[in-house]
Design a protein around this ligand. Structure first.
Ligand code: NAD
Ligand code: TYD
Length: 353
């Protein structure tokens, strides 16, 4: 089986490449990524010579129809897993347009190439599948109780989640209209190695190590459901190997945390590991809230559990400790990925809050 992994140089995409090479020894993988600020070949630098016999990388944009068609045709791709996206909510508030271009038009460009190339004599060729990596953010926000199920209405609030909802609905539309073989996953917040330090957990680790302010949006009592990235990768593997065409699966960790509690946890673990007493809650600064900030996400993942036998395997205590250790062991990685562009974003996002 040959897999095209778009967004392979990003956080989840790179973790997925490592995971699948280990888990599926027969598989061939092709990474396809335009290397935006969030995509770094350094994320794939731990691939061994053995792995490279089954993986190669193409630098290209998912909105480039010719490049997309070329790789799907020439490499005889069986499964596309579409991770490629603009992924950060705060950036989507500053500059929505690129989110529409990549997340909506890019997904449609991939879908169209598959629609052209995966049919013979009016029939879909057997064994093909398009897996869209969507997000729980398409459901919008919850109150203090309840969980998103797959039938919760789509109700996105940020330009990011609206663009992901557009992509998600387009994938479903290609199934309903053309009979295209697809599956959609909607996962909660991921954490783990190689996450770009604009997202909550790596940003707090990085800032705390430098004794910089820890900018908590609003009251910090917003809730996210955190899942280790390798559990997400295992869920996508189950979906691409075993899900029926047209299926939609929620993926989550049953692991809800208020942001402020996560930040305090990071402080506690970092202080313990580094013995640096200047890492303490005096660094926390409550700043102006994010516009349109979703209050709470929580996932009911019972459908994937019952259908495909998936459940999370990494407890949060173990997962967050391992993740913090990874960032301590890879401080140079953080320095390398936060380019000049990131410094400009940081200034624009935080300076006037
Ligand atoms: P990321 O920002 O770390 O990585 C995105 C990757 O896509 C980068 O390598 C980037 O270079 C690439 N990319 C961006 N635009 C591209 C384009 N036009 N053409 C080709 N490549 C392009 O994101 P992530 O956190 O790894 O998220 C991956 C996917 O998972 C996204 O679709 C995101 O919406 C979804 N998701 C993320 C989370 C999470 O918590 N991080 C949760 C649920 C779903
Ligand atoms: P983030 O990692 O951006 O993920 P998402 O917005 O996709 O859930 O943010 C997670 C939560 O942390 C979210 O409620 C916003 C909050 N947050 C802060 O309080 N401060 C920050 O500097 C960042 C980046 C996020």
């Amino acid at each position: 089986m040959k897999l095209l992994v778009t967004g392979a140089a990003g956080f989840i995409g790179s973790n997925f490449v490592y995971y699948m090479l280990q888990s599926q020894p027969e598989l061939m993988l092709i990474g396809f990524d335009s290397l935006t600020y969030a995509g770094n070949l350094e994320n794939l630098a731990a691939l061994q010579a053995e792995d490279k016999k089954r993986f190669h990388f193409i630098k290209a944009d998912i909105t480039d129809a010719a490049a997309v068609a070329k790789v799907i045709e020439e490499e005889a791709i069986d499964v596309v897993v579409n991770f490629a996206a603009e992924s950060h909510v705060d950036r989507s508030i500053h500059d929505p347009q690129v989110f529409l271009r990549t997340n909506v038009l890019g997904t449609q460009t991939l879908l169209d190439a598959c629609r052209q190339l995966w049919r013979k004599d009016g029939q879909w060729v057997a064994g093909k599948k398009f897996v869209q990596v969507s997000t729980d953010e398409v459901y919008g926000s919850l109150g203090p109780t309840g969980e998103f199920t797959e039938s919760t209405p789509i109700d996105p609030h940020s330009p990011y989640s609206a663009s992901k909802a557009g992509a998600d609905l387009l994938v479903r539309a290609y199934h309903d209209t053309f009979g295209m073989p697809i599956a959609i996953t909607r996962c909660s917040n991921n954490y783990g190695p190689y996450q770009f330090p604009e997202k909550l957990i790596p940003l707090m680790i990085h800032n705390a190590l430098q004794h910089r302010d820890l900018p908590v949006y609003g009251d910090g009592r917003q809730v996210r459901d955190w899942l280790h990235v390798s559990d997400h990768c295992r869920a996508i593997e189950a979906v691409l190997m075993r899900a029926e065409s047209g299926s939609v699966y929620n993926i989550g960790g049953r692991n809800e945390w208020e942001n402020i509690a996560i930040v305090n946890k990071i402080i506690e673990i970092l202080r313990d590991k580094t013995q640096d007493q200047d890492i303490n809650d005096g660094l926390i600064r409550h700043v102006e809230d994010r516009l349109g900030h979703d209050r709470r996400y929580a996932i009911d993942a019972s459908h994937i559990q019952h259908d495909l036998g998936w459940e999370p395997s990494i407890g949060f205590a173990e997962g967050i400790e391992g993740t913090i250790q990874w960032y301590l062991d890879h401080r140079q990685w953080t320095e390398n990925v936060i380019s000049g562009e990131y410094q400009r974003f940081y200034e624009a996002n935080y300076a006037h809050r």
